[in-house]
Design a protein around this ligand. Structure first.
Ligand code: HEM
Length: 566
């Protein structure tokens, strides 16, 4: 106990013992807890949801559950279509039905939901906040960057370049599969073209498909965005067979490895920036160690992207004639020539003169492309392979569509019109796959003005979370949602509820890479279904999927068989 004499300053503190400190801490904690629950039980628009704890909110319950996507599914079933969670002290309003998303996905330029999140310091430190697109809070720059990306990625030059490059990449992957003895020749083994779940002929090797699809997607995106070699496929070949011959020099392989490692660390740093609270990031040795590593890595990656930009600028400036037949229309080139006499023109805004993009703006976009495209496309293709394998009728229909396009087409290059207009069924398969395995199972929108959602008035700054899995499986929108039925998405089906399928998100922030994403996945899948039967190593095994910033397919073990009859 404190004596009366001790109550004069500074004696007051010097006479403070450990029990007094503890008592004070307990009093402060109790008062804080009372204040927290008084304001919690008196909050505006009280929605159902798990009871939060002071400071950590519902983070402990989440940590105990482990998997965010599964946990959200359980909470949706328990609390209904509009509910809430506290991540730390931040209140999140979750929407699990399509009509509740309508306003969030408004395409009006007056929408109150143009922002994704408030962002945080960790994202700013790795140069993702207020650059590029996804995390950009400068709405003028965001709109301009989106327009530039869309313009480039939907241009004729770029699409023709993609049609040429993707089959080359697929061929490279197949060459390595052949070298590694992964492809069983069904003709030699007298296997027919039908699904044969008991095929045990020959010494068939099992491969983990995500490893190859990630390497393919990474090599492809580096090539079409910068015209550089990623060498991820070649490196995968060497990891299985170190003495194999590859078409790249040791210098190219070394630099590509450094670049790929840096990209992987950057992807890890984004997840950490989103999910690790600042308290841990800045207040613990492990948090500080990670922060140092990520800052160093972001510096390296961004500097290397800037060097590629300067190199390409010099290359373009030194070109005497614009000989389009010899030009590689990679994204970097198209971005650099946009708003110059050699490229397309895009207005920056009503009061600004049109000008070309700065090196830093192009860097922001390139980084965004590398970050946003690989996981989504590669995982999506794995999930297609898994679902189709369990639905032989679907495979048959894919082949009926795909095979004619490769007939008398020895180099396997498809025409843009064919991919866009003659692969409707494959497109429906891709959409139905994303209904079951959405690339972005959780999406977000932040309100910038007071607005009404679900019959409640919400203040500006409210964070809305979109439960994409809940919506994609909602019985109000889908009959028998557990069934894989691509027919739901064929053009004659007019009864799809708006926003009940969010393959590429929706509204003003819908994926700007969606045309390219669809083009790439269609070309790769069409080529593979035309040439192979892809069987699961174990027909009862499900793909192992983990939620990072996208739904990531980690493991899907398959056997490859060359088709006997095409
Ligand atoms: C099949 C592959 C892909 C899928 C399934 C996919 C899916 C998505 C989804 C669901 C979103 C969230 C949209 C929203 O908030 O409403 C998104 C955003 C985005 N995606 Fe994709 N994506 C794919 C490929 C790509 C590619 C290839 C690129 C770039 C080359 C790209 C760039 C972006 C960017 C920059 C955003 C942020 C848009 C913004 O905030 O304004 N994506 N994507």
């Amino acid at each position: 106990m404190l004596s009366a004499d001790a109550l004069t300053f500074p004696n007051f503190f010097s006479s403070f013992g450990l029990p007094d400190v503890l008592a004070l801490l307990i009093i402060v904690s109790v008062l804080y807890t009372i204040k927290f629950y008084v304001s919690y039980f008196n909050r505006d628009n009280a929605l159902p949801g798990p009871l939060p704890l002071p400071i950590v909110g519902n983070l402990l319950q989440f940590a105990m559950y482990g998997d965010m996507v599964l946990w959200v599914d359980v909470l949706h079933k328990k609390y209904g279509d509009l509910w809430e969670l506290y991540m730390g002290s931040e209140r999140h309003i979750w929407v699990s039905r399509a009509d509740l998303v309508d306003k969030l996905f408004s395409t009006s330029t007056k929408s109150n939901f143009k922002y994704r999140t408030k962002g945080n310091r960790a994202l700013a430190e790795i140069k993702l906040l207020d650059h590029g697109i996804g995390m950009n809070r400068d709405l003028n720059l965001w709109a301009f960057n989106r327009k530039m990306m869309k313009l480039v990625m939907t241009s004729k030059e770029f699409n023709e370049y993609v049609l040429k490059i993707v089959p080359k990449m697929v061929n490279e992957m197949e060459t390595y599969w052949t070298k590694l003895g992964y492809i069983e020749d069904a003709r030699q083994n007298d296997l027919n073209d039908n699904v044969n779940t008991n095929a045990t002929v020959g010494d068939v090797k099992i491969i983990n498909l995500p490893d190859w699809f990630f390497a393919l997607t990474l090599d492809d995106i580096l090539h079409i965005s910068t015209n550089k070699h990623g060498c991820a496929l070649a490196s995968l070949l060497l990891s299985h067979s170190p003495n194999s011959e590859i078409p790249y020099s040791p210098e190219t392989m070394n630099y590509a490895k450094e670049f790929r490692d840096s990209w992987a660390t950057f992807m890890e740093s984004i997840s950490t920036a989103i999910f690790m609270p600042d308290l841990v990031r800045l207040g613990t040795p492990i948090g500080l160690m990670k922060r140092r590593k990520y800052l160093k890595n972001s510096h390296w990656l961004n500097n290397n992207l800037l060097s590629m930009i300067r190199e390409k600028r010099a290359e373009i400036e030194n070109e005497v004639n614009d000989d389009s037949s010899k030009t590689n229309y990679d994204i970097l080139r198209l971005l650099l020539v946009a708003n110059t006499p050699r490229g397309h023109v895009v207005k920056r805004g009503s009061d600004e003169t049109d000008k070309p993009m700065s090196d830093d703006e192009v860097r922001g976009l390139l980084l965004e492309i590398l970050v946003a495209s690989v996981e989504s496309s590669a995982s999506l293709m794995c999930f297609v392979i898994y679902l189709v394998r369990h639905n032989p009728e679907v495979k048959k229909k894919i082949r009926e569509e795909v095979d004619p396009l490769f007939k008398d087409n020895p180099n396997g290059i498809l025409q843009l019109d064919d991919v866009n207009k003659k692969l409707d069924y494959l497109e429906a398969v891709i959409k139905e796959t994303t209904r079951i395995y959405p690339s972005g199972p959780i999406n977000q929108r932040l309100s910038s003005q007071d607005d009404e959602i679900g019959g409640y008035k919400w203040k500006a700054g409210t964070q809305f979370m979109i439960d994409v899995v809940g919506i994609h499986n909602h019985r109000a929108h889908w009959s028998n949602p557990e069934e894989f039925k691509p027919e739901r998405f064929l053009s004659q089906s007019k009864d799809i509820v708006p926003n009940s399928i969010q393959t590429f998100g929706g509204g003003l922030r819908i994926c700007p890479g969606k045309q390219y994403g669809m083009l790439f996945t269609k070309i790769v899948l069409a080529s593979l279904y035309n040439r192979y039967d892809i069987e699961l190593a174990n027909e009862n095994e499900k793909p192992v999927a983990v939620y990072r910033i996208a739904l990531h397919c980690h493991r899907l073990r398959v056997k490859l068989k060359k088709r006997s009859v095409i």
